[in-house]
Design a protein around this ligand. Structure first.
Ligand SMILES: [Zn+2]
Length: 874
């Protein structure tokens, strides 16, 4: 490896926090984009503009010739100019600087241009190169860019940092029957022979990570909701999905835009608004300016869709649309603040879905979306704080995860409660106004908010944003003459520390005939709840009954058999989550007891979102927190209870409509959803021969249980469930493959089939093939296949893959997209429970004391299930 030394006065300046000239200091150009490089470049470069053209061949393996011209203002300095390009040297063909041909000097992912070739003011660098394929997602008849957080530099040379925003003028030459969208409007395409050239207007000013195009064989649909033309690109072929989904996609976007324009008091800030729906897109969505990308399965729903799926779709659309203001218009200065754009996208999405899906209980949705996912990371040994330092952008991918997506919105809702909804909204308007088309940090926002509240935001910020973890919250109740004397609530860090998470939430006093809720303002280690004094002694107390609090709340064991007495669905959801967290901590309830309690609730929990939560936990209890020897008996009980509950919902509707049920009589609109959720639980836990045979009959005859709608995707999932159980019927997967009509979904199943083979050698071969980067291209397929490969029923043979799976992690982070290391680990490890697997993971880390700290954390997060299961069960 070649290391280039160069001098950089700016670095010395930054190191000393001074802005006067300092002696010249040397440093090594490191790979990636270091924070020092970014800060130095920010001092000398401004107003960059890119002209880019890509010549995309028919064959996906053929190289993509490309040219670009970067124009920028430059402030004279003795430092060379570094342009980022993460590819091999042979991808660079010709370099011209201000009209003169220059030798290409390239090392450690940077093209180096001597200052002598540059001039004060505007400069122009032209590069002929072969585009890097890593983030072009090339398929046979389409491709798309996905460049967040630092992958623009893998495709083309650029200043890949979020605070050098630029305009992009793109030209694509593609096979003649292709279409394309980018960040800016396209002019009419021209076709010569079998090649079509599409020129786009210069884009708005955007950061490199939002530069985007999608090109290929797509169906183009245009609608004009609220008089705003929008184009949708998709590859869906199922007429039912198209009929049921297409118009909703446009109207959901329009609703989100209306809300955000009003909330921010700033009209949609960019030139146009289009979106593309891509099969197996890596994330739910990505907020490219003017050209949002979505995962097809999240957007195109069919008549079997549950309310949960519709809600998730409305949420992802609102989330990406909110990013147009939060992230795209105002961008974080550096990716350490990436959580800021994510928290506002989620925060706004929750407000938008409250309007676009008014029938949904928004508080309930918040609790179910965020609490379990935040706890899933924050309770682990690998927990990370919301705010994390970042010295090199190449590490930015590892910042993403449950904390920034789920703890941050909880924290933000607490902040809103602390300073008031109007003050927060006004502060955000000022923030958008002040930093539009520019960059801002979390501190910039806190400075704006601090003016609007007497609260101590600095201390608040320290515990919520800069530190990890959650408190254990408990209560003490004294009696006086048969009534409540005093009720106090206490918090203590789960790690034993005496930190205080200032927060407010409610607690419920549950009586045989009523429930009373009281507010708790837990601003110190211990507070009194004055309203409680003098009230009747309750049957039990449920802490965090409104789900707004954050922590592990101690459980009154009287509650265990009386959960159905919590009539408010939010209280029930918060209690289910809390019970599960206590079970994991070895407190209040053992896994087997919790499974029995949940089983008894299947017939009475009538809120679909809650039933989804409950059945998910129950399935985890069966597979992850029950020893194999005890599993068949428990599974048999759960099979029976879920089937009965499903049938009951079919014939009678919800057995006892809860307060959230929209209709007073009849099954009500949620009934088909309930049945489907219960059927999924049945499918997930089916272990007895009878249950397996029943599933086979349903799949074989394509005959769903009465009242349950099963779609092609559902039958594929059913076929996979049978295959992982080695159900003794020939060719289940081959037959399913023949039934699938959509070619993208056929390819997915084809890829997964060897991972589900009953033949160990075939599975071994599949796993071995994943060592080759090429076979991991479709990360969503790999993750799904790994889930089956490491299914608890396969644990005995698949545990042998674990050492190699961990060894591959560094490579997976290097070559994969940002969520891949985590999804790889979770799909691999979640289903194991024995102490030897827990030890193997610990040994892997102790043998590597210098292992990448962020990957270590990801591993410790994903290993939480096996760690806890081995402690609880063995
Ligand atoms: Zn986002």
């Amino acid at each position: 490896m070649f290391r280039s030394l160069l001098s950089c006065t700016t670095l010395a300046l930054l190191a000393s926090c001074s802005h006067r000239s300092m002696p010249v200091q040397s440093y090594t150009v490191e790979p990636g984009v270091s924070q020092t490089l970014a800060q130095a470049r920010r001092q000398t470069i401004s107003a960059p503009a890119y002209q880019l053209s890509f010549d995309i061949p028919v064959q996906k393996r053929d190289p993509i010739p490309a040219t670009e011209t970067i124009t920028f203002d430059w402030k004279p300095t003795t430092d060379p100019l570094l342009i980022d390009f993460k590819e091999s040297r042979d991808h660079l063909h010709r370099l011209t600087v201000n009209g003169d041909t220059a030798a290409i000097v390239f090392a450690n992912e940077h093209i180096r241009i001597e200052p002598a070739r540059l001039k004060a003011g505007r400069n122009q660098v032209t590069i002929h190169f072969t585009a890097g394929n890593l983030s072009l997602n090339r398929n046979d008849d389409y491709l798309y860019t996905l460049l967040v957080p630092d992958r623009a530099r893998t495709v083309f040379p650029c200043f890949d940092q979020p605070d050098l925003k630029a305009t992009f003028e793109l030209t694509l030459t593609v096979p003649e029957n292709w279409v394309a969208i980018g960040n800016a409007p396209a002019q009419a395409p021209t076709t010569v022979g079998n090649r079509t050239t599409i020129r786009f207007a210069p884009s708005d000013v955007i950061p490199t990570y939002l530069f985007s195009f999608v090109a290929g064989q797509f169906t183009v649909v245009t609608e004009t909701p609220d008089k705003r033309p929008m184009t949708l690109l998709h590859r869906e072929t199922d007429p039912v999905k198209l009929k049921l989904s297409q118009d909703s996609l446009f109207s959901l976007h329009a609703g989100a835009l209306r809300f955000l324009e009003d909330y921010t008091q700033r009209p949609y800030p960019f030139t146009k608004f289009d979106f593309a729906v891509i099969p197996d897109f890596q994330y739910g969505g990505m907020e490219h300016v003017g050209a949002i990308d979505y995962k097809a399965s999240a957007l195109f729903l069919d008549n079997g869709a549950t309310r949960d799926q519709k809600l998730a779709r409305a949420s992802v659309i609102a989330h990406e649309t909110a990013h147009m203001w939060f992230g795209d218009l105002v961008t974080m200065r550096w990716f350490n603040d990436v959580w800021l754009k994510e928290v506002f996208a989620n925060f706004m999405a929750d407000k938008v879905t409250a309007i676009t899906m008014p029938e949904v209980n928004n508080d309930l949705k918040f609790v179910i979306d965020h609490l379990p996912a935040a706890y899933a990371v924050d309770r682990t040994e690998g927990a990370n704080p919301i705010g994390q330092p970042l010295t090199n952008l190449q590490e930015a991918g590892s910042l993403y995860g449950g904390i920034i997506y789920h703890k941050a919105p909880i924290m933000m809702r607490q902040l809103e409660a602390l300073i008031g909804a109007d003050a927060l909204r006004d502060g955000l308007r000022e923030y958008i106004r002040t930093y539009a088309f520019g960059n801002a940090t979390w501190n910039d926002l806190i400075t704006i908010l601090d003016k609007r509240t007497p609260a101590d935001l600095v201390t608040w910020n320290k515990v919520w944003v800069e530190q990890t973890g959650r408190p254990v919250v408990s209560y003490q109740l004294t009696q006086q003459g048969g009534r409540i004397g005093k009720l106090t609530v206490t918090q203590l860090g789960e790690d034993g520390s005496e930190r205080v998470w200032p927060q407010s939430f409610k607690l419920a006093l549950v009586y045989p005939d009523r429930t009373e809720t009281l507010p708790v303002s837990l601003t110190s280690a211990q507070v009194n709840v004055p309203e409680a004094a003098g009230k009747d002694m309750p049957l039990f107390v449920a802490l965090n009954s409104d789900g707004r609090g954050y922590g592990r709340f101690s459980v009154d064991t009287t509650m265990l058999d009386r959960l159905a007495m919590l009539t408010d669905p939010v209280s029930r959801a918060a209690s289910y989550i809390n019970l599960y967290e206590n079970m994991l901590a070895g407190q209040a309830v053992r896994p087997a007891r919790l499974a029995t309690i949940y089983r008894s609730l299947l017939a009475t929990e009538t809120e679909e979102l809650n039933l989804r939560l409950l059945t998910g936990q129950l399935s985890d209890l069966v597979w992850n927190f029950t020893r194999p020897a005890d599993r068949l008996a428990l599974a048999g009980q759960v099979e029976q209870a879920s089937w009965q509950a499903m049938e009951q919902a079919t014939t009678n509707g919800p057995s006892s409509p809860g307060p959230s049920s929209p209709g007073p009589s009849s099954p009500g609109p949620s009934s088909p959803g309930l049945k489907k959720v219960l059927f999924r639980l049945y499918q997930s836990v089916a272990l007895t021969p009878d249950a397996q045979q029943r599933l086979y009959q349903i799949w074989d005859k394509q005959q769903a249980p009465t009242g349950v709608t099963l779609t092609e995707d559902d039958y594929t999932a059913l076929a996979l469930a049978l295959a992982v159980r080695d159900y003794p019927a020939p060719d289940i997967l081959t037959r399913q493959l023949a039934r699938i009509k959509n070619p993208d979904r056929q390819k997915r199943l084809q890829f997964m089939m060897p991972a589900l083979s009953s033949d160990v050698a075939t599975r071994n071969q599949f796993f071995a093939s994943l060592a080759d980067e090429k076979n991991r291209e479709h990360e969503a397929w790999v993750t799904a296949a790994l889930g089956y490969l490491h299914h608890p029923l396969r644990a005995a043979t698949s545990a042998t893959y674990l050492p190699k799976s961990l060894d591959l992690l560094v490579d997976i982070q290097r070559t994969g997209d940002i969520f891949f290391p985590e999804s790889w680990l979770r799909a691999t490890l979640s289903g194991y429970q024995t102490p030897d697997v827990a030890q193997l993971i610990r040994r892997f880390l102790t043998d590597r004391p210098n292992y990448n700290a962020r990957l270590r954390n990801k591993l410790l997060q994903a290993a939480d299930n096996p760690f806890r299961a081995s402690r609880l069960l063995y």
